[in-house]
Design a protein around this ligand. Structure first.
Ligand code: ATP
Ligand code: MG
Length: 175
């Protein structure tokens, strides 16, 4: 096992106005580990992910990724290029692009892969995620289930070392 956690948080805090959402949270995630974050609506799960991905700025505390400090102000795409991939609770596809093009953006811009490499990888990921027959469909026309699949596929296409799944099955039926 690696000598450093893939992710560590020390005393992480975040408030929105007077509302303290994340209060001095500390934890570690090790390579190969799956960590679940539980809490009722409004507990701050998405906010925690937003702090890690850089979508929202940290108020206090430290985050380290593979032993290196994640500095404040680093935009999400740079964190993605380091290997932090995420999905959004409310899917955010590029609606006017096809499903396959959505993955290519993640692989080439987010994952810095060449077009040749990205083409093959994205095709395999689309199949794995059950979207192989929707490659050329506009993402904006996908059902909620397929948008959730696309969130996962797109995050995988960026080649993440750390994958953050925010309620990937939320809003779906058991089936
Ligand atoms: N950008 C923001 N500005 C102001 N308040 C925010 C912002 N983002 C989240 N909040 C507030 O922070 C609190 C935590 O929200 P968050 O979305 O992180 O919770 P959650 O645990 O993901 O909830 P859910 O289970 O409903 O997804 C809520 O009170 C929410 O209204
Ligand atoms: Mg949430």
């Amino acid at each position: 096992m690696s000598a450093v956690p893939i992710l560590s948080a020390q005393g992480l805090s975040k408030s929105f106005g007077a509302v303290r959402v994340i209060h001095e949270i500390s934890f570690e995630v090790w390579p190969g580990e799956v960590l679940g974050v539980l809490g009722p609506n409004g507990a701050g799960k998405t906010t925690l992910f937003n702090l890690i991905s850089g979508d929202v700025a940290v108020d206090g505390g430290n985050l380290r990724f593979q032993g290196e400090a994640l500095k404040g102000g680093e935009p999400p795409f740079k964190r993605c290029r380091r290997g932090i991939g995420r999905t959004y609770q409310v899917p955010r596809p590029y609606s006017g692009m096809t499903t396959f093009e959505n993955l290519l953006v993640a692989a080439m811009f987010g994952g810095m892969q060449s077009e040749r490499v990205a083409n093959d990888r994205c095709a395999a990921i689309l199949d794995d995620c059950g979207l192989g027959d929707k490659a050329n469909q506009l993402a904006g026309s996908l059902t909620l289930l397929d948008r959730k699949r696309l969130e996962l596929a797109r995050a995988l296409a960026s080649g993440p070392k750390l994958l953050l799944l925010d309620e990937i099955a939320g809003g779906l039926t058991d089936e």
